[in-house]
Structure formats: structure tokens, C-alpha cells
Design a protein around this ligand. Structure first.
Ligand code: SF4
Ligand code: SF4
Ligand code: SF4
Length: 301
């Protein structure tokens, strides 16, 4: 069969993309949060041998791709992969496979359980139709390994530090080890002689102060998730905007993501990335729409 008879849009929905070479396709596989079992890797290897050219390509978004699959073998290869529990990825204007770092499961810097959050977001949104491609990332702390602020929605583990005067020896170390120089010291007339405070706008909620203070005078005040919206790289890059600096529960993150995607569906033009929709409609307007139910709740209580 000639490949111009195949439904390219339908193939794209399940992660199969036409190659430069006539009649050959890339099979993009789903590795949620970058995870595959060793058995699945063995199966991918065998499919690449049998139906591709024995090469597997790793994409920049934790995807695993088998190239050079002839169109006549696509269905059979897909079936073999499915038998090993390997799902296909996605292409085109829809929610793509979510990327995530290991988070606090194995990384000692991790503030949040990235895997659990990724599974829930995947169950809610994977392959949902959107005006253009839509990328989510979950990253366990401000080291930002999966680049939360380069995604349409990024979620980053965060802590909010609180200073405890009783434990502080006024050694001044935190003034230098805060990477954003967000900690300030003031002389006071209250009998203690000094006070340390954080500039909340400058702080990236990174936990360096709470980890490195020699007397534990910086403690974790609140812990949760920073939610970013509107990041994109590609042809017209845009760094994401902070939707909410500290979200304290997973449920609230899920609600914000639901509403952000709904807002994008409502306002986005075809092929327009979410960040560019935000710039066209206005960041304040979009933020108000996403956060409004919460604001109403706060106003009522
Ligand atoms: S973002 Fe943080 S938790 Fe995730 S891998 Fe990097 S250092 Fe570890
Ligand atoms: S590092 Fe800790 S003890 Fe030293 S000034 Fe900062 S808060 Fe105080
Ligand atoms: S959390 Fe990080 S950025 Fe914020 S005050 Fe502490 S060290 Fe500085």
C-alpha cells in the first residue's frame, strides 16, 4: 500500500510518524516519567531488530523511538509491544507523554513524589485534544532537571523557608549560600539586634537554606508545588510564568491543571502554543480564570 493512502492524523494520535523515507515510519513509545522495565526494554530491542533497523532513538522528552518500521509492519509491531505493556506515545495537537524526574523516590534532593503525580496527570489528560501540542513536566525540586518552566504546564517541588530566631547564631552564612541572594539581614532594636528575612519574589523555594544552615534556624515552613504555565521552546520560545508559587496539596495541583487546559481549549487558536495564547489574551486574565474558583473560596471564608 502506498503511504499516502494511510490516515496520517490517525497514526499521529498513536505516535506513528511518517519518515523522510517513503513507506517508513517512526514508532514513538510511551515511557511515562522516563520509566520502562528491563523486560520492556528487551521487547523494544527485539521489535527494533525484527521490524526496524536494530536502532532505538531516545528523544529529548524521555521518549523511546523505533525508526525505519515499514508501514506494512506497524500494526504487528504495535501488537507485540502492547503484549509487553508498552503503550504508544502521541504526536500532533494533544497532550503528550508527561516527563518527570525521579523525585523523592530515589533522589536525595527530591521534595515531592513526581511519579505518583505524573501517573495521575497522565490518567486525566494524556492524548486530550488541544489547539496545539501540549507538554507537561513534573520535576522534584528547584534543580529543575525536567525543566518545568519550558513546558506548557510545569510542576516543580518547592519549599517555603521560615526563619527561627532562637536557633540563629547570626553567622551570616545563609546570606552567601542562597543562590538568589534572597535572604536579607537587618539590624533591629528589639533586644536581639538582628533579623533575617526572605524576599519572596526572589526566592526560588529551593531548600538550600533549610539544608545548609548549621544550626537549623531555617526550617521548612510550607512544602508543596510551584505551578508554571505557558512555557515553550521551539520556534518562538517563551519562559513559563508562575501560576502559583506554593500549592500545598496534590488535589489542588490537579484542579489547576484541569482549569489551565480548559482555559487553553477555550482561548487557544489552532496551532498556537499555550504561552502565546497567554500573551495574546493577557497573563492576568488567564491567571484570574484559572485561579478564580480558589479566589471565590477564599472570599467566602
Ligand atoms: S529535579 Fe531535583 S529531585 Fe528531580 S532529579 Fe533533579 S535534583 Fe533530583
Ligand atoms: S546560616 Fe543559619 S545560623 Fe547562620 S545566619 Fe543564617 S539562619 Fe542564622
Ligand atoms: S529557599 Fe533557596 S532561594 Fe529561597 S531563601 Fe532559601 S536558599 Fe534562598
Amino acid at each position: 500500500m502506498s503511504d499516502n493512502k494511510l490516515d496520517q492524523a490517525a497514526l499521529g494520535r498513536v505516535g506513528m510518524m511518517r519518515q523522510t523515507q517513503q513507506e517508513y515510519y517512526v514508532m514513538r513509545l510511551k515511557a511515562l516519567a522516563g520509566d520502562l522495565t528491563s523486560r520492556q526494554l528487551a521487547c523494544i530491542s527485539s521489535v527494533a531488530e525484527q521490524y526496524g533497523r536494530g536502532v532505538v532513538h531516545l528523544s529529548t522528552r524521555q521518549g523511546v523511538e523505533i525508526h525505519y518500521v515499514h508501514q506494512d509492519n506497524l500494526e504487528r509491531a504495535k501488537q507485540v509491544l502492547a503484549e509487553a505493556g508498552i503503550e504508544m506515545g502521541a504526536c500532533g495537537p494533544r497532550v503528550r507523554v508527561i516527563v518527570a524526574c525521579p523525585g523523592n523516590e530515589t533522589c536525595r534532593w527530591g521534595v515531592i513524589d513526581t511519579k505518583e503525580m505524573t501517573r495521575e496527570l497522565d490518567a486525566r489528560h494524556f492524548k486530550a485534544e488541544t489547539p496545539s501540542k501540549f507538554k507537561l513536566s513534573v520535576t522534584g525540586c528547584s534543580h529543575n532537571c525536567t525543566k518545568a518552566n519550558e513546558n506548557d504546564i510545569g510542576i516543580r517541588g518547592a519549599i517555603e523557608p521560615r526563619w527561627e530566631r532562637e536557633s540563629c547564631t547570626d553567622c551570616g552564612l545563609c546570606l552567601s549560600f542562597c543562590p538568589l541572594k534572597a535572604i536579607g539581614r537587618e539590624e533591629t532594636n528589639d533586644g536581639h539586634g538582628f533579623h533575617y528575612a526572605v524576599d519572596e519574589e526572589a526566592c526560588i523555594n529551593c531548600s538550600i537554606c533549610t539544608s545548609l544552615c548549621p544550626t537549623s534556624a531555617w526550617v521548612v515552613g510550607r512544602k508543596g508545588y510551584t505551578v508554571f504555565i505557558g512555557g515553550t521552546m521551539g520556534k518562538v520560545p517563551r519562559f513559563a510564568s508562575i501560576l502559583k508559587r506554593i500549592v500545598e496539596t496534590e488535589e489542588e495541583v490537579y484542579e489547576l491543571v484541569d482549569r489551565a487546559i480548559a482555559s487553553y481549549r477555550k482561548h487557544g487558536l489552532k496551532k498556537e502554543r499555550f504561552g502565546h495564547t497567554i500573551d495574546r489574551i493577557g497573563l492576568e486574565n488567564i491567571m484570574e480564570e484559572i485561579l478564580e474558583p480558589e479566589l471565590q473560596h477564599i472570599r467566602q471564608h
